[in-house]
Ligand binder design. Structure first.
Ligand code: R5P
Length: 318
């Protein structure tokens, strides 16, 4: 038997319900209680399971999919994730597949300065040590490719919302043949999903980040974009610094309209207002972190990935 659980961060339960619906599975929301000292208690609604009722082994018949994002407040949502994973494994689940639509600490993927921790490795090690069998991410920062990968020993799959964002821009915003700007060359793999939908007039920036909000980007082209719309693609908006620089460049090149397509919207310190002030006309985002620009739902995209992943033999049979 398979079952989907959803956690409390943002849209996690909505995404979990949509994955369950697409895969024809039952969905249950986990219960999270916060104490006055800010510690939390997680409880699985095990009485609602049709199990053999073995105390402490209630999930022995189940392959579990658990959805929990780790958007701000990241530490709180990570602890909820770890506690719930432990509870699911403790109850004897056959397998545990964790879906993390926004994975916190994914950007600290190397030692940028001597002595720094590589945070993304720590998150993976925690999940691995707690017994997570499979992991699903979407446009995760440290792995730009789409498809299967191994994350600290866990078999993982990174999906992308790029195609769905591009389709929205073409079909709903009626944007045709735009100039496409990807501020960071490292995101080149996503062009595979952009080209069939929005064309291949794509340019890249060469980005140098010196601090949290200190970014310089070199754009190699100096093209007159008069009469043409432009679309910026990025994996996430935090302070907005990267895409503000990209928008200003496109405005200097006289683009008629600037659309920003992004998977994860953190919008720290007024980033959204600052992006609009810099010349962005429209932001098209997913609901991995629900915000007013979240027009693409990641649930069906992740459900498709779960169906496609070759490493889920137990989950391919209902
Ligand atoms: C960085 O390499 C990412 O792809 C994003 O461009 C970046 O993390 C966005 O952060 P911010 O909005 O603070 O520039």
């Amino acid at each position: 038997m398979r079952i989907v659980f959803g956690g409390s961060c943002g849209n996690s339960s909505k995404i979990g319900e949509s994955i369950a619906k697409k895969l024809g599975l039952s969905f249950l929301k986990t219960e999270v209680k916060h104490f006055r000292d800010t510690e939390m208690l997680v409880r699985l609604p095990v009485e609602r399971l049709d199990s053999r009722g073995l105390l402490g082994r209630e999930l022995a018949d189940y392959d579990v999919i658990y959805v929990q994002s780790t958007a701000p407040a990241q530490s709180k949502h990570l602890i909820e994730l770890f506690l719930t994973v432990e509870s699911i494994k403790h109850r004897g689940a056959n397998s545990l597949t964790v879906v993390v639509p926004y994975l916190a600490h994914a950007r600290q993927d190397k030692e940028f300065n001597p002595g720094e921790v590589i945070s993304k490795n720590v998150i993976g090690k925690m999940l691995r040590s707690l017994g997570v069998d499979y992991l699903f991410t979407i446009d995760v920062h440290f792995h730009r490719e789409v498809g299967e990968y191994v994350y600290e020993g866990i078999r993982a799959y990174n999906a992308t919302a790029t195609g769905a964002l591009a389709e929205y821009i073409r079909d709903k915003l009626k944007i045709a043949s735009p100039k496409i700007l990807i501020p960071d060359y490292g995101h080149k793999p996503i062009t595979e999903w952009i080209i069939p939908i929005l064309g291949n007039d794509i340019m890249f920036g060469k980005k140098d980040r010196r601090g949290e909000t200190e970014v310089s980007i070199v754009f190699s082209e100096n093209e007159d974009l008069s009469g043409r719309p432009a679309v910026i693609f990025d994996d996430m908006i935090s302070s907005g610094t990267t895409c503000i620089a990209a928008a200003k460049y496109l405005k200097r090149m006289k683009a008629t309209k600037v659309i920003l397509a992004v998977t994860h919207t953190l919008y720290i310190n007024g980033a959204r207002a600052n992006l609009l002030a810099a010349g962005i006309d429209k932001i098209v985002a997913t609901d991995s972190i629900p915000k007013r620009d979240s027009v693409v739902h990641v649930g069906p995209i992740i459900a498709d990935s779960i169906e496609q992943a070759h490493f889920l033999p137990l989950l391919t049979v209902k």
